[in-house]
Design a binder for this molecule. Structure first.
Ligand SMILES: C[S@@+](CC[C@H](N)C(=O)[O-])C[C@H]1O[C@@H](n2cnc3c(N)ncnc32)[C@H](O)[C@@H]1O
Length: 322
């Protein structure tokens, strides 16, 4: 089973050490009682992944690793285990010749975010809702001291561990199978990312307070979420589904989001990007073969979802904890 010992040892002598009061019992309980029915199958893909040594690694411009000495058989084996971890949503990854063309071009999101945030060099970072951990590796590539991701989806944890193994066991990034609501108030991260999570939270202001409580004083929040057009009083609360997703609760305008952040005590709030999500950025691929954005939009009017709401548009907002 997953051994979180490396992470515990790493934080023992850091400002995150007080997390050790609650985290080990919480994760032992998770391993005992909360494993998904397919977890063993997914984790086998990690365990049976060949042990390979990277010759070249790029985490700055992409997530790419290779070693020219690998045989065709070894490369095929790697691809087979990676395919056992489908569907792959967040990426892309290039791993010893296997190019995982994920549902999302998460690299495009990273390019929209990175020019507007504080230099990540030497920072301790939390990525809430990190998915497969694609952005964690890009944070490491940008010089982060430690990048910690949390995400309750166990398939994503296994995808992350598979990539970590192929990167030669890099310990600068970690994923924990937790939701944000399961974290104590750590007040220890220099930067906290919450990208694609706020609209999934039933209580968005509580989410903003939870993010603030993870930051050190003067720490930076990077918030990316769905928004609608409109003034500071406009918020969409969709019915049963939004773009086929059942768990979408609040989609504010960017101005309303600024209002919420001010209410929660953030300062220096900047809207740095707003753009519609395109069917080039989110689409069905060979590595995620079910329906994607094209099927979630009105075929007669792609500015609307099939439920008749405004089509997805996303904003990036950067703010500081005083
Ligand atoms: C739309 S994806 C965004 C992934 C990635 N951050 C990105 O921007 O590409 C939302 C992620 O949040 C995770 N998530 C859902 N509820 C969460 C919670 N309570 N705490 C942390 N993550 C959560 C989901 O499992 C999913 O991986």
């Amino acid at each position: 089973m997953i051994d979180f010992g490396d992470f515990y040892r790493l934080i023992a002598k850091s400002p995150l050490s007080h997390w050790l009061n609650t985290l080990p019992p919480q994760l032992s309980e998770w391993q005992k009682n909360s494993l998904h029915g397919k977890f063993k199958q997914w984790f086998n893909a990690v365990e049976y992944m060949p042990d390979v040594t990277p010759e070249s690694v790029d985490l700055l411009h992409s997530v790419t690793v290779d070693n020219a000495a690998l045989s065709e058989g070894q490369r095929k084996g790697i691809e087979t285990h990676l395919r056992n971890l489908m569907p792959w949503r967040k990426g892309p990854f290039s791993l010893y010749g296997t190019n995982i063309d994920t549902e999302w071009r998460s690299d495009w999101k990273w390019e929209r975010v990175v020019p507007h945030i504080s230099n990540l060099e030497g920072r301790t970072i939390l990525d809430v809702g990190c998915g497969s951990g694609y952005h964690l590796w890009r944070m490491v590539g940008a010089g982060a001291h430690l990048a910690v991701g949390i995400d309750p989806m166990q398939l994503f944890l296994c995808q992350f561990e598979a990539v970590r193994k192929l990167l030669g066991g890099d310990l600068r990034a970690h994923v924990l199978p937790l939701g944000i609501e399961q974290l104590p108030e750590l007040q220890a991260f220099d930067t906290v990312f919450s990208m694609g999570v706020l609209y999934h939270r039933r209580s968005p202001l509580d989410h903003l307070y939870q993010l603030k409580n993870q930051l050190v004083s003067e720490g930076e929040l990077v918030l990316e979420t769905l928004v609608i057009d409109g003034d500071a009083q406009q918020v969409l609360v969709p019915g049963d589904r939004y773009a086929q997703m059942r768990n979408v609760y609040f989609i504010p305008s960017a101005a309303a989001l600024v209002n919420w952040l001010e209410k929660c005590g953030f300062v220096d709030i900047r809207i740095v990007d707003i753009c519609p999500t395109t069917t080039e950025e989110q689409r069905r691929t060979d590595w995620m073969t079910s329906e994607s954005l094209a099927e979630f939009l009105d075929p007669q009017d792609p500015t609307k979802t099939i439920e008749g709401y405004p089509a997805p548009m996303r904003a990036v907002i950067v703010a500081k904890k005083p």
